[in-house]
Design a binder for this molecule. Sequence first.
Ligand code: ADP
Length: 235
Amino acid sequence: MVELKNVDVHYKDGGKNGVDALHNVNIRINDGEFVFIVGNSGAGKSTLLKLLTREIVPTSGRVFVNGYNLSKMKRKKIPYFRRSVGMIFQDFRLIPDLTVYENVAFVLRVIDKSNKYIRQRVPYVLNLVKLNDKAKFKPTQLSGGEQQRVAIARAFASDPGLIIADEPTGNIDPALSYDIVELLKDINKCGTTIIMVTHEHDLVQYFGGRIINLSNGSVAFDDYIGGEEGEDEGE
Ligand code: ADP
């Protein structure tokens, strides 16, 4: 579960009196939800994500993620907490010298998974993103959409309770953006909570679901909208 209670974030170094990046934010996201976070530039989206990954702590209020109280967490616990969160970035952040297979295996080695587990898990997640046939390729030999699919496989490899995707479709062909969200939806169906930040209105309209709109550091909208996905298919 993700919960923010009465959260304020004030940056001291932004202008004469600093900047109130988030103000009295209250959000609760239950396990297994899929949530889009939208909002204009400067609305506070990155600040919200930094709270959820414990890069920053709130100036006031409390943040809970996957059972951890992040506002109080001791520094030495941070790496253990971070293992429970998978991250997907706009710029993929794959390791260029490693193959697709090794990029995914690497995160499992870091958390001391056995070789046997890795030999089973990596092909499984690469199959999920339909990239088994490119396991031996290097990231530079793949399209943007394919690289992001590797990043999705990597984020899901350790079976985290939560995946945070920060503008995952920002650097790929718009036509392929839908496939990326479909993949995240598939992973969500396996029980993983997904939080996806985007400013692509078309995508949000198409998929619908829970939308949280940040505006000037506050939650301006938090509700469910109907999507267009599957509308023409009939019942
Ligand atoms: P978004 O991701 O929605 O574009 P941000 O969370 O990056 O919004 O920024 C929210 C506000 O906080 C903006 O006014 C931004 O200029 C300010 N801000 C973000 N990071 C810092 C920082 N490290 N120091 C000072 N001000 C910051």
